[in-house]
Design a protein around this ligand. Sequence first.
Ligand code: ASP
Ligand code: MG
Length: 416
Amino acid sequence: MRVFKFGGASVKSAEAVRNVGEIISDYQGEKIVVIISAMGKTTNALEKILTAENSNIELLISEVEVFHNDIIKKLFPDSESKVYKRVNTVYAEMRSFISNNDMQTTKSYAHFVGFGEILSTIIINQYLNLNGIKSIWCDAGDLIITENKYVEAKVQWHKSIEKIKGKITSLFKDNDIVISQGFIARTESGECSTLGREGSDYSAAIFANAINSEDLTIWKDVPGLLNADPKFFDKTYKLDYISYRETIELAYYGASIIHPKTIQPLKKKSIPLYIKSFLNPKDKGTTVQQEAFADSMISSYIFKKNQVIVSISARDFSFIAEDSLSLIFKQLNSYNLKVNLMQNSAISFSICLDNNKELVRSFIADMQKIFKVRYNEDMELITIQNYNQEVIDELIGNREVFLEQKSRTTVQILVR
Ligand code: ASP
Ligand code: MG
């Protein structure tokens, strides 16, 4: 048994879906769970509908409809194909959901954005069946169970594992391919929830863990895990082998290649992760695995732009001690602000955050009631794994360094 994951870019057009079909048919005779994201930028389009003016909603929904119908028309020449009826039912559900619910709640958000994955998986499952691949559609919401929170919900591990194991084993009796959705889940009370944006990788890892998959392959539009973002660098290297540990760190520091939660369920069962190109499926890609011997000594770079550094000190020049720290973190947690870097000195405590302006301003305002607070915006956080001085100097250039922190393998530098 294996698990494949195809993201939005790999199913963004009819041609892309055909390519996915070809990749799957290369593995004929194997049992594969295929986890799929919403097509192209559909999740963004659905998020936009949720915040749109009433007068705009119908237009935006019909854009989503036209986008999917254009793909369907190219894949299903027979206008009697049952795919049309299936997707029309979903479009109708979307409209009725909008008319009957308050779109401002996180509960509505989770329900509505999930329609993207429902559409993509219906289309791809029907397409595979039409082309002689025996696949079956399965609702991920029946299998991945989360806490009673709607967005970025934590997975109820034991319940989910039991459900996935049972269902997938039984579906594999009569089918080679099970098609299910990434990103979406259901709460213990049976409402829709999500695992957070870009969470489909994590969904795939949960399935892989549950069924003791031989491996997990994430099919991407890049040749594998690269040491830097090709958007910013002319010369990048593919890492052939990398350990779970180094990959978790890269994802944690902000490399956008896979969702940071993906590795842990794989590591627990030593399931290798292959990151491969759906454009060149025969190429080897990157293997992520247990062993550290293969850890790459190539330096990897990650940039986080739009950072803010907030420095907090006591009004009376006293130390920032444990009681103050716990107050600061409680407030950060209540705004769901994630600390990218922190440093404590005798009288001030500095933290670097993504500059989500509204939240950061509210946090600063709260802190100013008790402490003296200074902040600086428009900073960039550079993280280098397997660093050396030459690489550091090159990446900093002539920018001003505000904070620097080094461990044996990783250096983080905040610059402006
Ligand atoms: N479709 C969801 C998103 O765009 C989940 C995913 O792609 O992983 O965030
Ligand atoms: Mg996506």
